[in-house]
Design a protein around this ligand. Structure first.
Ligand code: M6R
Length: 602
């Protein structure tokens, strides 16, 4: 969940380059940050200089660090130890000549810490990460007899340390004597960037875009020694040399910037009409390819986490009604209970924006061991999920940096609509619906409409609870909208199936309740309106989201009727509502508390 950026090269400004890289990656974790540099000057080179602080990186500078051409840094999402300056990465060994940054969890850190303490090591933080620095120190003592041994001994020491760590971890280690970064990965993502006279390491390829598009994604148990001129990859266990699999990044640095928008989330919401038009124009062939695979399956399991999970759930409606295929839906953590009984020829279709969600990687691994074919829809091409799957296709949302996922949802749903219609040999209708979704989304985003949603947000800003209610596929809409509202505005919002109201939730509907009711023009419309009346009869304030205004609505947000694809503009209304509620309440929509963009821990 943490952001990692490392540089070695000709430039003396490594600390500020690292800081810039970290700012690009802040969405991966933002409770604290830190930069370490090996100073270029021989006088200062005796120790590593570190600047680290709790809190967001914001307008931080590193001008107080000495110049150097080898530096790395980290943005943290705390696992072990509170959010303090001391617990921020990088962490140093006792000599202050070794520094480490880390993503993941060292499961045996307590045992290692106790052993190291017995050997006299002094710990200054509460983190699991610090054991890595002291372990490298310990191994380095063992391996380097002569000063000229420094470089090979250092990578050997990191290798031995990495082998001692239990759990899923990515580590990068530097020291004052070897002009290199040594990194290893198991589970948590790391990517190596190839430059000219300079090379890079990062947790996310987005950070490398301003410098290079040539990258190698480290696989599990791969280690790399990165110097100015060389990148040497090998297996951490066998030591066997591995040829880099160079990939070319397709996104541009500009695409990853906020541009004229105050927040990434708003930028990404507004990118949806254009993105959907592109998907309608370009994605039918890939949807047909995937549909052919799905048609062969005896059963389909759609899997995703959070917002991607809701997209998967929307897909299960389309696959059942349009594709005429029995389709199950599950979150990856619950899917574990089904793996052992997956029938022969079942297919698991996994969706993910990042392609690095650990829960997904975990279940995909198990499914593959079981012999189940895994297909995936992934936004970050070449990510871990992409590489693990039997067949992967891009979602086509472009870079998404807002922690609250928006365009990845609508893009995934659009792909699933195309696929469902392709399964029914009717690609034209699928394409038409996605093109209509682009148009309808543009209508939701007109100035007049946005102002209306902003006003509704203003009126709801002090609400403690919001009930978001819908039927059929709108049940997915309301769960996704409720997730958006709670994760960034911190209002408790519950997505309720309108049909289930009378089975329990109605007990909570009293005079003070605010209910947002989705009533698209589908077979559930009349029932949804009846449910709105039942809630109103108990004193609830009803905000209706529908193509037509109904008497039962106290407030009304219009949304175009585009038949089966209405979920797309409907969810965009929810995204805007969540965004403006968050601003009204004075919070940052891009960096919600306790969350991070890529969830790379279990
Ligand atoms: O990268 P993924 O799509 O696999 O991420 C899955 C969830 O962690 C993600 O959708 C999360 O729920 C978002 N913060 C929701 O806005």
């Amino acid at each position: 969940m943490c952001g990692i950026f490392g540089y070695i090269g000709d430039k003396k400004t490594a600390p500020s380059m690292v800081l810039t890289g970290l700012k690009t990656l802040e969405y991966r974790g933002y409770d604290s940050w830190g930069v370490a540099v090996v100073p270029d000057s021989a006088d200062e080179k005796k120790v590593i200089f570190v600047k680290k602080k709790a809190g967001k990186i914001g307008a931080a500078t590193v001008s107080d660090l000495p110049p150097g051409s080898l530096a790395f840094g980290h943005t943290r999402w705390a696992t072990h130890g509170g959010v303090t300056d001391k617990n921020a990465h990088p962490h140093l060994d006792c000599t202050k000549m070794i520094a480490v940054i880390h993503n993941g969890i060292v499961e045996n850190h307590e045992t290692l810490r106790n052993e190291l303490k017995k050997k006299g090591h002094v710990f200054v933080s509460e983190t699991d990460t610090e054991v890595i620095a002291h372990l490298v120190e310990e191994y380095l003592k063992k391996f380097s007899v002569l000063p000229r041994d420094a470089a090979p001994a250092f990578s050997k020491a990191v290798q031995a340390t990495f082998k001692d760590l239990d759990g899923l971890n990515a580590i990068i280690v530097i020291n004052t004597m070897a002009d290199e970064m040594v990194a290893a990965r198991n589970g948590s993502p790391l990517v190596v960037g190839f430059g000219t006279g300079e090379n890079f390491l990062a947790s996310d390829p987005v950070a490398l875009l301003p410098y290079t598009k040539q990258v190698h994604f480290l696989e599990d148990d791969e280690m790399v020694v990165v110097t100015r001129q060389n990148i040497h990859i090998f297996n951490a266990h066998s030591g066997e040399r591995i040829r880099p699999k160079k990939q070319l990044l397709t996104w541009t640095a500009e695409e990853t910037e906020k541009g004229k928008f105050p927040y990434f989330m708003l930028k990404e919401i507004h990118e949806q009409p254009g993105m959907l038009s592109e998907i309608a124009a370009d994605s039918t062939q890939q949807a047909s390819a995937l549909a052919r695979e799905l048609q062969k399956a005896s059963r389909i399991y759609l899997v995703g986490s959070g917002t991607s999970g809701y997209a998967a759930r929307a897909g299960s409606y389309y696959f059942a009604t349009v594709g005429q295929k029995i389709t199950n839906w599950s979150s990856p953590t619950e899917m574990h209970h089904h793996i052992d009984i997956l029938p022969k020829n079942a297919v698991m279709l996994v969706m993910s924006q990042s392609g690095e969600t650990m829960d997904l990687l975990d279940v995909v691994k198990r499914a593959k061991e079981h012999g189940t074919r895994v297909l995936s829809l992934v936004n970050v091409v070449n990510s871990s999920l992409w590489r693990m799957s039997d067949l992967s296709l891009p979602i086509g949302a472009g870079p998404e940096k807002g922690v609250a996922s928006t365009k990845a949802f609508t893009a995934t749903v659009a792909q699933l609509i195309l696929m469902a219609y392709a399964m029914n040999n009717d690609t034209k209708t699928g394409q038409k619906l996605v093109a209509q979704a682009a148009k309808a989304t543009r209508a939701v985003l007109t100035e007049k409409n946005v102002k209306l949603i902003k006003d509704v947000a203003g009126s709801l800003k002090n609400a403690e609870h919001l009930f978001v209610v819908g039927r059929g596929i709108s049940y997915v809409t309301v769960m996704e909208c409720a997730l958006k509202i709670k994760e960034i505005s911190y209002i408790h919002a519950e997505g309720v199936s309108a049909g289930e109201l009378k089975h329990g939730p109605l007990a909570l509907i009293t005079k003070s309740a605010t209910c947002i009711v989705y009533a698209p023009n589908d077979q559930h419309h009349a029932s949804a309106i009846a449910n709105a009346m039942e809630m109103k009869a108990r004193g609830a304030h009803i905000i209706g989201v529908a193509p037509t205004k109904e008497d039962v609505f106290d407030e009304y947000i219009p949304v175009p009727d585009i038949g089966e694809a209405s979920i797309i503009p409907n969810v965009v209304v929810g995204q805007l509502l969540a965004y403006y509620l968050t601003l009204e309440r004075g919070f940052d929509p891009d960096m919600p508390r306790n969350l991070a963009k890529s969830v790379t821990v279990k």
